[in-house]
Design a protein around this ligand. Structure first.
Ligand code: ACM
Length: 260
């Protein structure tokens, strides 16, 4: 499994997808995560601009092209995109695979100006069984809410796929804790580069995409300022051993009645 940390050009959806396709063509992997809003770019100036770049799911160009790639490469892909549904836009991520479209997650916890352009997601945290491995999705700032990763772990996720456009510095050092406290793998796929549109303060994306093990070990971390494609081998079963000690089962020992 792996990620492709990219530097999308704002608004150049087809060019950004061409680049993703060319880079993924030679790789061999079962599961690959792409950044949040991976083909549209992130720094929208208005709701209208976000709406114009948003796409229906699964019938929009981004999902269709990723689906073709997933089929040809026998690969599952998780990728962020602006989703249009009627008059509403969501900051979403799709999961596509060799046999077709599997589903869409709509970002629950919107960050900063996303709140101006997108509606808060209404799908909730979902998992998909891909035949022997269960994956869940959360998007970028969702990491700030430990409930996101916990909910996915409680639903049986072995691997959390985490498309991101991180600008704050804290996520890469925090994901090992999210993984340890849930005993799950995570693939955080961030972007790099800088966007400065319409006289707004620039946004600099921090890269440092990361694959973390259920023991909280960083298996791979990308550079902060360059595109980077990474694939590692993992054993998803490592995420199913929730025994912290012979006396402590991570999820079964939760004291839900005391958390209210
Ligand atoms: C973020 O949620 N894009 C920081």
């Amino acid at each position: 499994m792996g990620y492709y940390q990219t530097n999308p050009q704002f608004g150049n959806v087809s060019g950004n997808l061409d680049r993703i396709k060319a880079s993924l063509e030679p790789i061999e992997a079962d599961l690959l995560v792409l950044p949040e809003l991976c083909a549209s770019g992130y720094q929208f100036l208005s709701r209208e601009e976000a709406y114009d770049l948003a796409e229906p799911v699964p019938d929009g160009p981004t999902t269709r092209r990723l689906l073709e790639l997933a089929k040809r490469k026998d690969l599952f892909i998780v990728a962020g995109l602006p989703e249009r549904c009627g008059s509403v836009c969501y900051n979403s991520a799709v999961l596509v695979g060799p046999r077709g479209f599997l589903g869409c997650y709509r970002k629950t916890h919107l960050f900063f100006e996303e709140t101006l352009f997108f509606a808060p997601g209404d799908t909730g945290f979902q998992v998909w069984n891909l035949g022997g491995v269960t994956v869940g999705i959360m998007i970028c700032f969702d990491w700030y809410y430990p409930e996101s990763a916990r909910t996915l772990a409680l639903k049986g996720a072995d691997i959390i796929c985490h498309p991101s456009n991180l600008v704050l510095p804290n996520c890469p050092d925090s994901m090992p804790v999210r993984c340890l406290e849930n005993r799950v793998f995570a693939i955080t796929c961030n972007r790099v580069g800088r966007e400065t549109r319409g006289g707004k303060p620039p946004l600099t994306y921090i890269g440092n995409s990361e694959i973390v093990s259920p023991m909280g070990d960083i298996l791979h971390r990308a550079p902060g300022d360059q595109e980077h494609l990474c694939v590692v081998d993992i054993n998803p079963a490592d995420a199913r051993n929730k025994a912290v000690t012979p006396y402590n089962d991570l999820l079964q020992d939760r004291r839900e009645s005391l958390y209210k």
